[in-house]
Write a protein that binds this ligand. Structure first.
Ligand code: HEM
Ligand code: HEM
Length: 131
């Protein structure tokens, strides 16, 4: 399966999950999970969907190892971030306990974004040489 489709499937998983959290907030009249909801939908659904489009349009043949590392890093860091945010805003664990986990997850999401930029720049250079 190509990385465009992998990202698309994960994005659609996050949209359902994020909407469930949204519906839970609306139904319970407790909007405490707003930050988790927003990031599941934005870092999970929207960013994964954008990565799917980038793969589809600009990365027809990405380096397999780098694309795999980028994909695994984004999804692992995003899942850790969402778990941390749900635990934090659900008041299950205190902020000092969760802060390192959230910090590492945030850096993971950032590094994955930088890796995506690197792959796009590298692919663009390859195309220019081919022309
Ligand atoms: C079933 C669909 C959805 C439901 C029931 C829902 C519900 C909610 C609720 C109850 C809030 C808290 C509002 C507040 O207290 O200010 C909220 C906030 C938010 N939602 Fe959703 N939502 C849904 C879909 C989405 C989608 C698809 C996105 C983005 C792709 C999204 C992005 C956001 C964002 C960014 C916030 C935070 C807004 C702020 O900072 O005030 N939501 N949503
Ligand atoms: C490394 C990744 C990210 C980190 C560490 C991060 C962190 C944060 C923090 C600390 C807040 C303030 C939460 C509060 O109100 O207490 C916030 C809010 C927000 N972020 Fe992010 N963010 C990240 C990625 C993103 C991305 C990629 C998007 C959009 C595509 C986004 C959209 C938003 C929005 C709309 C809000 C306001 C809604 C809310 O209060 O939750 N964030 N973010």
């Amino acid at each position: 399966m190509g990385f465009d489709r992998k990202y698309l499937i994960w994005a659609l998983g996050y949209v359902a999950f994020g909407m469930c959290v949204g519906i839970y907030m609306a139904a319970s009249k407790n909007h405490g999970q707003l930050v988790a909801h927003a990031h599941i939908l934005l870092v999970g659904f929207v960013v994964s969907f954008v990565y799917a489009i980038i793969h589809k349009l600009w990365l027809p043949q990405p380096g397999r190892a780098l694309a795999t590392a980028q994909f695994v890093l984004h999804q692992a860091a995003a899942l850790v971030m969402f778990a941390g945010l749900l635990l934090l805003y659900g008041e299950v664990l205190p902020e000092p306990t969760l802060a390192p986990m959230l910090g590492i997850a945030s850096i993971g999401v950032l590094v994955a974004a930088l890796l995506m930029s690197f792959m796009v720049l590298r692919a663009g250079r390859g195309q220019m040489v081919a022309r």
